[in-house]
Design a protein around this ligand. Sequence first.
Ligand code: BES
Ligand code: ZN
Length: 647
Amino acid sequence: MLLLRRTTTIQLLCLIFSCLYLMACQDYSRNNRSIANAGSAVDKNDASRDVHSYANPEQIRVSHVHLDLDVDFDRKILRGSSTLTLQWISAGSNQLKLDTRDLKIIKAEASSDGTVFTSVRFVPGPVDKILGAPLFIILDQKVSKVRIEYETSPNASGVQWLNPQQTAGKKLPYMFTQSQAIHARSWIPLQDSPAVRITYSANIRTPKSLRAVMSAKQIPYLGPRQVGQSGYSFEMSQAIPSYLIALAVGDLTFKALSPRTGVYTEPVMLEKAARELQDTEKMVAATEKLYGPYRWDRYDILVLPPSFPIGGMENPRLTFATPTILAGDKSLVSLIAHELAHSWSGNLVTNATWRDFWLNEGFTTYLERRITEEIYGRPREEMEAVLAKRNLEKELKELKDPDELLYIDLSVRDPDEGFTQVPYEKGSLFLRNLEETFGRQPFDQFLKGYFDHFAFKSITTADFVAYLKQNLLDRDAQLAAKIPLDEWINKPGLPAGAPQPKSDAFEIIERQADDWLQGRIMVADLPTRDWATQQWLHFLQYLPQELSLIKMEELDRRFNLTKVGNAEIAHQWLLISIRNKFQPAYPRLEEYLTSIGRQKLIKPLYEELVKTPEGQERALAIYRKARPGYHPIAVTAIDKIVKSEKP
Ligand code: BES
Ligand code: ZN
């Protein structure tokens, strides 16, 4: 009887819950419609729906987020509140739907006047592996603000907590966030869709010896603080998508590079970083000349510890960058050109959904090349374009057809799966196709107009196509006929007439490599003294897959490749070493994989290792040591490759 009664209660609860959930889902499917919908290359009705967010901004839209957070290094959590300012767009729903992942929600309150808050009901929804969980806040009045008190989990997907050992200084802990694509929800309950633009402000309290930085302007801290705490306040008054909210806390120092640019890093890395990034102001000025004013006031760069899982992140006003670009000769700073370029393509004009990701990355890669050409000359740009196109072609051989479309279908998938060379390089080649067809000057003017027209808006692929037709294609039917528009956007592979970047410098390298491989010259005769990083990369990639031990030894003895400090060249050499079972490089391989967490540099090494049984064992042994130091996103990716049991 008791059992029966309990079952009925549970069933009843389940029923209520399912109803609530179904109601929410129904609203959800009507989500995020249209920012500025037009164009015909993609389906209009579904085009701007964001399948990666539970939020309902078409009914209630969050316009400002205020954070009040304690950074707790002992518990590895952020704790405090997020206050959301609401705009009531349409009647019909009294539920504010937010995105969360692994958040502990403590309390929800609402206020009509913005000062007096009273408790409101909140219902967490079921957890989805990819999306996290919706949070329904039940409001019976059109309140202007909702405040949510919460705590993050130590395993938050968008936060990495570093022990002192994992930092350059080895004395103090460090934490940083990485919100793109859908990880902001793991440290802030909000409407986590790039279609929703918000301004934000924050009060952040840290242990006294540490400094907080954010993708926002720092203002004086006026809030409360406890003994042993420092307080920092920030304000971002320009509307940005949630994936650009960023925070880092550590032993940070700053050095100005020009009146409006500078670098933050741990003290021991500051001078090296400042030297490497010396050309930052020149880059900002060059981009302004091409595409209009820099609209974010300051452009600073935070150089992170080596576990930073990606190369760079375009957080507004404050690019986050991997220290693996510090090669000592500025040879890897096109990554900065890339993140800077996002200040136009991405941060100013933003992809409305992750399907439209190529609007961010393809445009940015195109801009990056233009900046590189401007600052470092055409030959360097050509080398980078050739390297990148070859990487794209290599990846195209492995990808399934649907994943090769610029306008990729990512429903029911993790948007991080769209992070291939396709949105970057295919996108960039598409724009280069437009440039080569219409001429550089008209195309530059078109792009400048595009950034102006859509400034501070989130747009879909259809919006871009409509604008392109109206402002470029329709003005010259003959030239427009040469652009296979639909093929670029909706078909796999590359169109027949895709641009073909060429590099004279690389052709010379190929002849020299052939001469050495066929014994016509000695290894000492390779004229490597003048080789730039890109030439080294090309040389190493050009070598045949199988290389004899003698050839490997010759190269290593002459050029000390096993010890090379340049992280990109080392990566390429280690890849060849694994492939050819070159044992002298194994200790370095282990050192490399346990000190660097940038996925682009470590993933291919693990992938190469697991191709053989011995390699698989080595991968497991190394990964066991390396895993605790990797970022949650990298752990997810490498777990899949190494298939390790959790230690
Ligand atoms: N915005 C991206 C990084 C990103 C993309 C993070 C998708 C999460 C999801 C950034 O601008 C980027 O593209 N970084 C590249 C470097 C660039 C030079 C190609 C990277 O990190 O490899
Ligand atoms: Zn990018």
